[in-house]
Design a binder for this molecule. Structure first.
Ligand SMILES: NC(=O)c1ccc[n+]([C@@H]2O[C@H](COP(=O)([O-])OP(=O)(O)OC[C@H]3O[C@@H](n4cnc5c(N)ncnc54)[C@H](OP(=O)(O)O)[C@@H]3O)[C@@H](O)[C@H]2O)c1
Length: 321
């Protein structure tokens, strides 16, 4: 089969397509014929070595959707031909999905309902599981609460807008102007340009004084901002940052309102199948669309990884081998 591999950490050019043997699934694994593999920022961290070094040769790709080709000997709940999607491979512990076939343990994969599209599902894993875990598990978002999603046009962001809307939260999000209409269609009540000077006031005004929950993917930019726009008792969930030293300029804004901060990694999800099934159901009912902005061949993996870090797009990038 053809697979993208790296033999040393480095920039995107270390990614090369090679002809290798098709892997055999372990007893508790599926071999999946890959229909689509989402491109995530985290794939680039495993590639460049900024996360735990991976054993080489290594195939990146945390997300996968496709059709079961072979089941491991102990597998009972899946059969050849089943449509599935999953996440949590391509992380050093497991080879990834930028390939014609990928193996995935059965505790990281679920069936895909008929109404859900395989290509969209290939881009859904990290984005939807992270958004679900942040808003449903950590922020415990309730109907009619105000939920601020920073960067609603991103992979995680656009899933978060829709998941928050699906639980009838009142969604405020930020994005570049060109994506405002689509984010309103996805259920955002208020969409604001993140570049505007009066963003704190605009968020507060949209939220009748303060937001109840925040999904923050740039803590170095917004840690203080989150406290400033919070309602009393707000929950802020941090998933990322551009530099690793976010800080407060006035922690009193958070303290005086009993604001809770929770930082998280999707990889710590106790059972990935729970949010995967939740997102699958929402894709089936049409309440969650994964917007596939661009699709790449295996040979374009380096370009796809550059684009995910440098380009602006709505939704997700995927590889379709
Ligand atoms: N902790 C976890 O488990 C976890 C899981 C997934 C992702 N992450 C992290 O979360 C971050 C986002 O991931 P992603 O896959 O959603 O990335 P993405 O698809 O590249 O989205 C990034 C978003 O950030 C927006 N943005 C750029 N500048 C901004 C600003 N100044 N203020 C607000 N938004 C801004 C972009 O909007 P424009 O295009 O309109 O500029 C874009 O929508 C990454 O750092 C990733 O590593 C963490």
């Amino acid at each position: 089969m053809r697979a993208v591999r790296l033999h040393e950490h480095g920039d995107a050019d270390v990614l090369q397509v090679e002809e290798i043997d098709r892997p055999e699934p372990a007893d508790d694994e599926l071999l999946v014929e890959v229909a689509a593999a989402g491109i995530n920022p985290v794939d680039t961290y495993f590639r460049d070595g900024s996360y735990e070094p991976v054993d080489v040769p290594f195939t990146p790709g945390v997300d996968v959707a496709g059709t079961v080709a072979v089941t491991g000997e102990a597998v009972e709940d899946f059969a050849e031909g089943d449509r599935v999607y999953g996440t949590g491979i391509g992380n050093g512990g497991f080879q990834g999905s930028y390939a014609e076939y990928a193996t995935i343990p059965t505790d990281r994969v679920v069936h895909l309902p008929d109404g859900a599209d395989l290509t969209e599902a290939g881009g859904a894993g990290v984005a939807a599981v992270t958004a679900w875990r942040a808003l449903i598990d950590h922020a415990d978002l309730d109907p009619a609460e105000y939920c601020l999603v920073h960067g609603g046009s991103g992979g995680v962001g656009h899933a978060a807008v829709q998941i928050a809307a699906a639980v009838s939260a009142r969604v405020i999000t930020t994005a570049s102007e060109e994506y405002h209409d689509e984010l309103a269609d996805y259920g955002a009540e208020t969409v604001l340009d993140y570049g505007r000077d009066d963003l704190v006031d605009a968020v507060r005004e949209a939220a009748d004084g303060g937001v109840d929950a925040v999904l923050d993917h740039r803590l170095d930019d917004y840690l203080q901002f989150d406290a400033d726009v919070a309602a009393t008792g707000a929950r802020v969930v941090g998933i990322g940052e551009n530099s690793t030293d976010p800080g407060f300029t006035n922690d009193g804004a958070a303290r005086s309102k009993d604001v809770s901060y929770q930082f998280m990694s999707m990889f710590n999800t106790p059972d990935l199948r729970v949010p995967l099934r939740g997102a699958a159901h929402l894709m089936d009912t049409g309440d969650l669309s994964i917007d596939v902005a661009r699709s790449y061949d295996l040979e374009e993996a380096a370009e796809a990884q550059r684009a995910v870090m440098e380009d602006s797009f709505l939704g997700k990038l995927v590889i379709e081998p």
